[in-house]
Structures are given as structure tokens and as C-alpha cells.
Design a binder for this molecule. Structure first.
Ligand SMILES: [Mg+2]
Length: 257
């Protein structure tokens, strides 16, 4: 099996949440070797471009990704000045337009969610310049109650969906998620599904691990049960090792096939 494109989640997958060391040396070395051999490496994250850049610096990443897929939706490639990222194609523009339209038509549903969150939970709502972005729940149980409420409220506005990562939630258009961003990168780079490796640990990774976009899905041992179920159902690889050690193990598994 020839791996041509890697789509790897950042927090909780490449980067350990369990403390130091944050990065697995063998994993980073293997990714470097794969890059040298022509494999393209994308980080597929819920982080914004700026937060991902600070992450790459904070954790002293020894190598740079070839692409970054950020905020669970946008697709970037290196710009002329290789330190800066630029939109790859017109995807990000379309994505922004679809979200502006959605948030406009979903105003009343979002208002219901805001009321529920303010009155029935201790969760904190997150806003950005264009309005409501998402929320942070106090714990998993509270997040479960909130997502149950959203599931019922969104039946009136099916295009309104959300991405969930631990206690963080981001509202989004149902057509945009990590899997959709990866599908666009697959189209732009002309790497078919069969040659795409993906690794992730949480709810927001499932869209790239269900086998639809990447034929070589995997998760580290610390992944949540829903992710493991999705990877198993897609015939992927569930690692014994956690975080980067698990990614390393999964890469070796598929590289040797
Ligand atoms: Mg993660």
C-alpha cells in the first residue's frame, strides 16, 4: 500500500495530552522520512491557523507540514514566503460564504441553543467577529446534554451542525468538516482515497476516519470509543500505543502492507 498523503489530527493524536514528551520522536522521524520520499503531510485540526502555528512552535516541531486543514474546514498550502499559509483554491471562500448564509438563516435556532446553554448549563459561549462560534462545556456530561438539545433543535435547520472535540464545540455547516476538507485536498493534490492515511482521536475526527475519504484510517489507543468503532468499521488500524506512538505504529502497519 503506497501512502501518498497523511491527514493527521494535532491535539491528542500527534501531540500528547498526557504530558511530556509531547511529541513521539520515532513518529516525527518516520513522517520526515515519508516526506523525503514524496509523501505529503497535512495536519487536520480544529485549531485556527494562528493557534496551530503557536502549537508548532510551542511543541518545537522538527518538521513543517505540507498542508494545514484548520478550524475543521479550511484548506491551506504554503505561500510564496514559505512561513505564511495561503488558501489552496477557492474552497475557503466558498466555505466562508456557505457559513455566512447558514448563520443568517439559522439565527432563531442558534438563539434557542444560546437560551438553553445560558439557562440550563454552566457552559461558556464563544464568540468571534462574525458572531457565535461555539462553546466550552464544564464536563462531558454537560456536553452530552447540550448536544442532545442541539440535535433536537437542528431538525428545523438541518444544515446547521457542530464539531465536537472533548469539551469544545464549534457550530458549522453540515457540508464542512475534517473529512470534507480532506476530500478537497485529495481532489487538489490528485491523491486518490486508496493512498490516503488518516489518524485522529475524537468526535471531530470521525468524518475523516469512516473510510469514505481515506482508505487507511487509524487511531491511537487514547482515542474515544466512538472513534475506535468508526475506525474498526472502516477496516482501519487501532494502535496499542497512545498519541504519536500510536500514529507511528499505524504508519508502519500501512507502510508494510
Ligand atoms: Mg484531537
Amino acid at each position: 500500500m503506497h501512502i501518498q498523503l497523511l491527514s493527521i489530527d494535532f491535539d491528542g493524536t500527534l501531540v500528547s495530552r498526557a504530558g511530556e514528551p509531547a511529541l513521539d520522536t520515532q513518529c516525527m522521524e518516520l513522517i520526515r522520512e515519508l516526506q523525503d520520499a514524496g509523501t505529503m503531510w497535512a495536519i487536520n485540526t480544529g485549531r485556527s491557523v494562528d493557534l496551530l502555528e503557536s502549537g508548532l512552535t510551542d511543541f518545537s516541531f522538527p518538521i513543517r507540514p505540507d498542508f494545514i486543514l484548520t478550524s475543521e474546514r479550511d484548506v491551506f498550502r504554503p505561500g510564496q514566503n514559505r512561513d505564511k499559509w495561503e488558501a489552496f483554491g477557492d474552497w475557503n471562500e466558498r466555505c466562508a460564504r456557505d457559513h455566512a448564509k447558514l448563520f443568517n438563516s439559522a439565527q432563531s435556532v442558534l438563539a434557542e441553543v444560546v437560551d438553553f446553554v445560558n439557562q440550563k448549563t454552566k457552559a461558556r459561549l464563544l464568540y468571534h467577529s462574525q458572531g457565535l462560534e461555539g462553546l466550552v462545556a464544564s464536563d462531558d456530561e454537560e456536553m452530552k446534554r447540550i448536544t442532545e438539545f442541539i440535535e433536537q433543535a437542528r431538525t428545523k435547520e438541518p444544515n446547521l451542525n457542530y464539531q465536537r472535540n472533548t469539551v469544545y464545540l464549534r457550530f458549522c455547516h453540515a457540508d464542512y468538516h475534517k473529512g470534507a476538507a480532506l476530500a478537497e485536498l485529495s481532489r487538489l493534490t490528485e491523491v486518490p482515497r486508496e493512498n490516503i492515511f488518516a489518524a485522529g482521536d475524537h468526535h471531530n475526527d470521525i468524518s475523516m476516519l469512516d473510510g469514505q475519504v481515506a482508505a487507511l484510517p487509524s487511531c491511537p489507543a487514547n482515542a474515544i470509543p466512538n472513534v475506535k468503532d468508526a475506525v474498526r468499521a472502516a477496516g482501519g488500524y487501532i494502535a496499542q500505543g497512545e498519541y504519536g506512538a500510536g500514529v507511528y505504529e499505524a504508519l508502519l502497519h500501512f507502510a508494510e502492507k
